[in-house]
Design a protein around this ligand. Structure first.
Ligand code: 1PR
Length: 545
C-alpha cells in the first residue's frame, strides 16, 4: 500500500482523517519527531484547535525547520484547517505567535454581528481554475472555524497561489490555496463526503498539482449562483441497550422510549451502524449518536458506543457527534475517569464532536453561583481547550413551564402563541438533567449563555414537549435561544415531515435542523427532506454518489 505521512504533534480528533486516507487505499505512517520528517514523501499537517496552540506545539517540538525544508524541497505537502492557517504570517487569534509565513497575510475573526460564529457546515470551495485538486464548483465541503483569511481579489494570486473561496454571510474567505507542491484547505476533506475524498485523492495521487489555474477565485465565485453555507440537516440516533441486552436505535415520545402496549419493551428501530450509513448515503450532513443510558454498569473502555463510532467512522465521511455520559466519573473498578479522558476515547474512535447534557447544566449552575467566573475546570472548558470549541456541543433538554404573569418568575419568559392548560399566556423553558427526569431551576437562556462563555461551540436544542410529537419544531424556543447566543444552534425535536424543516429554516435563524423518529420509522428519508428544501429555494448539499 502506498504511504502518506501524518504529523502527530498535538492531541487531536484525527481518526477521521486516518479513516479517509485508508479508504483511499493509502497507509498512514506517523511522524512523531522532526528527525522523521525527511523520510516523508507526502506529508499532511492536520490542524486542530487553536492557532497559537498548534504553532507553539510545532515550534517547541522543533518541527518548523523540518516542515519548511520539506516544502522547499518541492515534496507534496498538504495542510488542513488550522494547518492552512499556520501557513500564513499570523492570526488575530494569537497575535504574539508567528505563523510559518509561507503565505503573506494575517487571519481575522468572522464578524458575528449578523451571523453565528464559528462558521460550521457545508460551504463552497469555488475556483475558476479548471482543476484545483479536483475541487468542483457544485460540490460542498465541511468547514468548522472561527478565524478566516478574507479573500481579496488578486492578492494571493499575485503571489502565485491558486485560490478557492467560500462565502459566509457577506464575507468571502479563503477555502483552499495551492501552489506548486503545497495544497491547503480550510475545510475538512475527511469530513466532506465523496467531494472531500475526491480532493484528498487528487493530492495523494499528485494529479491535482499539474493543472493549477491562474484565474482569480472571485471571477468564479461570481459565476457560481450556489455559493454559501447550506442548510444543515442532521440525523440523530438515540442508542441504548434493550431488555435483551442488544444495542438498538430507539426513539421516545417526550423521552419515554418504551412501547405503549403492555410489553413496555424498549422500542427497537434498528442497528446504529447500519442506520448511520444509510443516513449518510441519503445525504445527512451530520450524524449524531446519543447514548441515552450512558451504559452505567459497563467499564468505560468497553463502552459499546466506542465500537459503534469505530465502525461508523470507517464508512461515514461526514461529522459524527456522540453524547451521553460525558462527565467526570468513576469506572467500574473504582478508577476516576475525567470527562476529558472519556471524550478522548470517543475522538480516538472516530467522533468529531462530543455532546454534553446533564453535566453542562450542573456546570452552569456553578458558574452563576460563583458570580459568572470561570476556573477552567469544567468538562466543557477542558475539552474545548484540548480539541477546540467546535468539538464541544451542549445538548439541552428543556421543558415548558407556563406562568400567568410576566413577573411570576425570575426566569427569561416568552409570550407564547400556544397558551398553557390553564390559559397561561407566558412560559419559560426549564433545563432538565438525566434524560429529562430531573428539572432544575435554570432556564434555557441562562444555560445557553453560560456554556457559550465556557467555550461550547454549538448547541443541540431539544425540546421535551415536542420530542417524538411529529408536530414540528418549537419555533418560539429556537427564536429565544438564537437571540441569546452567537454560537450555532441545532433545532431538534418534533420534526414530522419535510415541511417542518422548511418552517424552521424559514421562520427562525436556526443554523441546522435535526430529525430522528420520522427517519427511523421510514416516514421520510433525509433525501426527501433535502429535495423538498431545494424545491423551496433553500440551498442544500446533495449526496454525491
Ligand atoms: O446527560 O450528558 O448523559 O447526555 C444524555 C443525552 O441523551 C442528552 O443529549 C439527552 O438529550 C439524551 N437523552 C437522554 N434520555 C433520552 C430519552 O429520550 N429518554 N434522548 C435522551 C434525547 C432527544 C433528541 C431526539 C429529538 C428528535 N433525544 O435528540 O433525537 O428530540 O426527535 P424527533 O425528531 O423524533 O422528535 P448526558
Amino acid at each position: 500500500m502506498p504511504k502518506v505521512h501524518l504529523l502527530d504533534y498535538v492531541a487531536g480528533n484525527i481518526r477521521s482523517l486516518v479513516n479517509a486516507i485508508e479508504k483511499l487505499g493509502y497507509e498512514v505512517d506517523w511522524i512523531r519527531s522532526p528527525d522523521d520528517v525527511p523520510r516523508a514523501e507526502k506529508l499532511i499537517l492536520p490542524g486542530v484547535g487553536h492557532f497559537g496552540h498548534c504553532l507553539s506545539q510545532l515550534s517547541q517540538a522543533g518541527y518548523l525547520p523540518a516542515i519548511q525544508k520539506h516544502i522547499k524541497q518541492g515534496k507534496p505537502f498538504m495542510a488542513i484547517c488550522v494547518g492552512l492557517q499556520a501557513l500564513f504570517e499570523g492570526s488575530v487569534e494569537d497575535p504574539d505567535v508567528p505563523g510559518l509565513g509561507v503565505i503573506k497575510g494575517t487571519l481575522g475573526r468572522f464578524d458575528d454581528s449578523t451571523k453565528s460564529v464559528p462558521h460550521i457546515g457545508w460551504n463552497s470551495a469555488s475556483t475558476a481554475a479548471q482543476s484545483m485538486y479536483d475541487l468542483r464548483q457544485d460540490s460542498k465541503y465541511y468547514y468548522v472555524h472561527t478565524y478566516r483569511m478574507p479573500y481579496i481579489k488578486g492578492e494571493l494570486e499575485s503571489q502565485g497561489w491558486t485560490v478557492a473561496t467560500g462565502t459566509y454571510g457577506t464575507e468571502t474567505f479563503v477555502g483552499a490555496v495551492a501552489k506548486g507542491n503545497i495544497y491547503a484547505t480550510q475545510f475538512h476533506p475527511e469530513k466532506s463526503g465523496v467531494a472531500g475524498l475526491r480532493t484528498l485523492r487528487a493530492f495523494l495521487t499528485g494529479q491535482g498539482a499539474d493543472a493549477l489555474g491562474t484565474a482569480t477565485a472571485a471571477e468564479s465565485a461570481a459565476s457560481s449562483i450556489k455559493d454559501g453555507l447550506t442548510r444543515r440537516v442532521i440525523a440523530c440516533l438515540d442508542v441504548r441497550a434493550n431488555d435483551q441486552g442488544d444495542l438498538v436505535v430507539t426513539k421516545g415520545d417526550q423521552y419515554d422510549v418504551r412501547e405503549k402496549d403492555d410489553s413496555r419493551n424498549v422500542r427497537n428501530l434498528g442497528k446504529p451502524v447500519e442506520m448511520a450509513k444509510k443516513y449518510y448515503e441519503d445525504g445527512a450532513d451530520e450524524v449524531t449518536f446519543l447514548n441515552i443510558t450512558s451504559f452505567r454498569d459497563c467499564p468505560i473502555a468497553d463502552l459499546p458506543m466506542l465500537e459503534v463510532l469505530r465502525q461508523t467512522s470507517q464508512t461515514v465521511f461526514v461529522p459524527l457527534t456522540v453524547g451521553g455520559g460525558i462527565r467526570d466519573t468513576v469506572d467500574t473498578d473504582g478508577t476516576k475517569v475525567t470527562a476529558l479522558e472519556i471524550a478522548t476515547m470517543y475522538f480516538k474512535s472516530g467522533a468529531d464532536k462530543v455532546s454534553i447534557g446533564s453535566d453542562a447544566v450542573i456546570a452552569a449552575e456553578e458558574y452563576y453561583s460563583l458570580g459568572r467566573k470561570l476556573f477552567g475546570n469544567t468538562a466543557i472548558e477542558q475539552i474545548s481547550r484540548a480539541y477546540g470549541n467546535q468539538a464541544v456541543v451542549v445538548s439541552v433538554d428543556p421543558k415548558r413551564v407556563y406562568v400567568l404573569k410576566v413577573d411570576a418568575t425570575r426566569h427569561n419568559i416568552i409570550e407564547t402563541k400556544f397558551p398553557g392548560p390553564k390559559g397561561e399566556p407566558y412560559c419559560w423553558y426549564a433545563c432538565t438533567i438525566r434524560g429529562g427526569r430531573e428539572t432544575r431551576d435554570m432556564d434555557v437562556v441562562e444555560l445557553a449563555q453560560a456554556v457559550e462563555a465556557m467555550g461550547a461551540g454549538e448547541l443541540l436544542l431539544n425540546c421535551i414537549d415536542k420530542d417524538g410529537s411529529n408536530s414540528g419544531f418549537d419555533l418560539e424556543l429556537i427564536t429565544q435561544v438564537k437571540q441569546a447566543v452567537k454560537i450555532p444552534v441545532i433545532a431538534s425535536s418534533g420534526a414530522g415531515n419535510p415541511g417542518h424543516f422548511e418552517e424552521v429554516f424559514d421562520q427562525t435563524t436556526t443554523d441546522a435542523a435535526l430529525g430522528a423518529g420520522m427517519f427511523h420509522r421510514g416516514e421520510y428519508t433525509v433525501k426527501q427532506v433535502k429535495d423538498y428544501l431545494r424545491s423551496k429555494g433553500l440551498l442544500v448539499r446533495l449526496f454525491e454518489g
